[in-house]
Each structure stands twice: as C-alpha cells, then as structure tokens.
Design a protein around this ligand. Structure first.
Ligand SMILES: NC(=O)c1ccc[n+]([C@@H]2O[C@H](COP(=O)([O-])OP(=O)(O)OC[C@H]3O[C@@H](n4cnc5c(N)ncnc54)[C@H](O)[C@@H]3O)[C@@H](O)[C@H]2O)c1
Length: 270
C-alpha cells in the first residue's frame, strides 16, 4: 500500500507567535522585554495602557503631542505629532537606537477630548471634519507606515483603538464616528498586507470609558444609560482596555489578525 505525501508549507523563521525561535521558552502571554510604542500615551486610556505594559516588563515608549499628564515611571516619552512623518521617523530611529527593535505599536492617539462638544452633521464645518479625519485616520496610517520597515524584520503586533460608536452611530460626533469606522477598515487592509511579514493588526473598539474625556463630552445621565445597556452593568475602566491591548501585543494572540475586539461589557453584540 502506498502512502500519501503531505506537502507542508515552508515555515519562515520570521513567523510570529509562540513558535518564534528565540521565545520558545517564554510565556506567550508575556510582553516582558518587548518594546512597545503607544501613541496618545500621555493621558487617559493611552497612559493606562503604557502603565500596564511597564508593569508587565515591557519597554513602553509614549509618543504624544502633549507632555505626559500622569507620569508613567519607566516609560520613555517622545513628543510626536502622528500627522508628521518627520516626527515619526525620529521616534522610530531613537527607539531602535535605544531598544534595538519595535515589537508592537498601539495607536491610541486621536482627537476625542479635543472634539470639545457634540455637534450635529449640519453644524460641523469642513475644517472640523478634516482635522478629525487627519489625526484619527491619516495619523494612524502614518504611524503604521513609520514602524513597518523596522517591525517587518522580525514580525510584531499593531493594535488600533476604535470605538463602538462606529457601529452604534450615536448622534453628535459624525466626523469622529466616521473616523473610527475608517480605522477599522484600515485595520483589515493592514492585516492583509502586513500579515505576510509576520505582523498582526487588530482593533479594540471601546464603549464609553469613565474618564476625563468622556465626562467632558457627555452628561452623567448619558453615561449611566450606556452602563444600563451593558450585559455587565458597571463602569468601563481604562484598565479593562489595557488588559486586552496587552494580550494583543503578546504572542499569545499571534494567530488573531484583522479583528475588532469589542470591550464594552456586552453593550452591543455583532
Ligand atoms: N474615552 C472613551 O470613552 C473612548 C471610547 C471609545 C474610544 N476611545 C478612544 O480611545 C483613545 C483614547 O481616548 P482618551 O479618552 O484617552 O482620549 P484623550 O483625548 O484623552 O487622549 C488622546 C491622546 O492623544 C493625543 N493626541 C491627539 N492628537 C495627537 C497627535 N496628532 N499626535 C500625537 N498625539 C495626539 C492627545 O494629546 C491625548 O494624550 C482614542 O483613540 C479614543 O478615540 C475613547
């Protein structure tokens, strides 16, 4: 009796995930020693993500227009406007010089608190529309493009922060909501293109987080209504987001790509 010959696909040494050679002895959930850039890490949710990654042993590099509001001990800080290629180039060069690589990028920077107030689509100006799309969409793409030449050397993880409003379509932020829907589309496009280089690209879509930005933009009754719609009826804290981002920056998530993980206590189901 003959036997069936099975042709295995060649395994590249750049494969990411627990099988990556140099990491075979480490916990795939660990981000210890990994260098992770967090745009928008100077305040709010980004600062919590940076602090969480530092506590897990990562080299966290905050890239933000603004100085860190709450000091994250042991995190590096670079003043970066994500819409400026020159800023991003310097960030990447300095980070590689200091840490030798970029293993993950968390795109958290966005015009959110800067929206100032709710505006209907007939009140918005084209300048306001363009400003939000420029930062939230173009800036996210520019940051991905900037780290790609370095990250493709050994694979890595990219996590884009989105919003459940891209699905629920709440009134008052049409430009912001359109921008987050675009970020999710960009996530899928980048996952397809960068996957061949061993890079995963995912998005994390958040419900209303109880933070400074949310409380500046929404009244308390609105926030309480959002909590009431959740399967798990409690406040969404930045630390809930940080835990999921850390997983997506680790090799334990190495076979998840192009996905949008919704973190909103079961407020919406898709
Ligand atoms: N807070 C929420 O309820 C909520 C809900 C869904 C999604 N999100 C998303 O979570 C992320 C963080 O939100 P947040 O509440 O911490 O908002 P935030 O407005 O407090 O923080 C945004 C950060 O991005 C930085 N930033 C803005 N423009 C930049 C630029 N051009 N270059 C570099 N940095 C820039 C700001 O300085 C700030 O530190 C955002 O992507 C936001 O859209 C927030």
């Amino acid at each position: 009796m003959g036997y069936i010959k099975i042709d295995h696909a060649p395994v590249k040494t750049t494969d990411i995930g627990p099988s990556r050679d140099e990491d075979s002895h480490t916990d795939p959930h660990s981000v210890a020693g990994r260098t992770i850039v967090i745009t928008g890490g100077s305040s709010g949710i980004g600062a919590e993500i940076a602090a969480d990654l530092v506590s897990a042993g990562a080299n966290a590099v905050i890239a933000d227009l603004a100085e860190p509001q709450h000091a994250v001990p042991d995190a590096a800080y670079h003043r970066v406007d994500i819409t400026k290629d020159t800023d991003l180039l310097t960030l990447v060069e300095d980070t590689v010089k200091r840490f030798g690589a970029i293993d993950a990028l968390v795109n958290c920077a966005a015009s959110y608190k800067a929206l100032g107030s709710k505006k209907s689509l007939d009140e918005l100006t084209t300048t306001e529309w363009d400003d939000v799309l420029r930062v939230n969409v173009r800036g996210t793409w520019q940051a991905i493009k900037a780290v790609f030449p370095v990250m493709k050397e050994r694979g890595g993880h990219i996590v884009n922060i989105s919003s459940t409003t891209a699905r629920s379509g709440n009134p008052g932020f049409p430009h912001y909501i359109a921008s987050k829907a675009a970020v999710e589309g960009l996530t899928r496009a980048a996952a397809r293109e960068l996957g061949t280089h061993g890079i995963t690209v995912n998005a994390v879509a958040l419900g209303l987080v109880d933070d400074e930005a949310t409380n500046a933009l929404n009244d308390r009754a609105y926030v309480e209504q959002a909590i009431g719609r959740r399967a798990i009826k409690r406040t969404l804290y930045p630390r809930d987001v940080a835990a999921v981002v850390r997983f997506l920056c680790s090799d334990a998530s190495g076979f998840i790509s192009g996905q949008v993980v919704i973190v909103d206590g079961g407020g919406i189901f898709t």
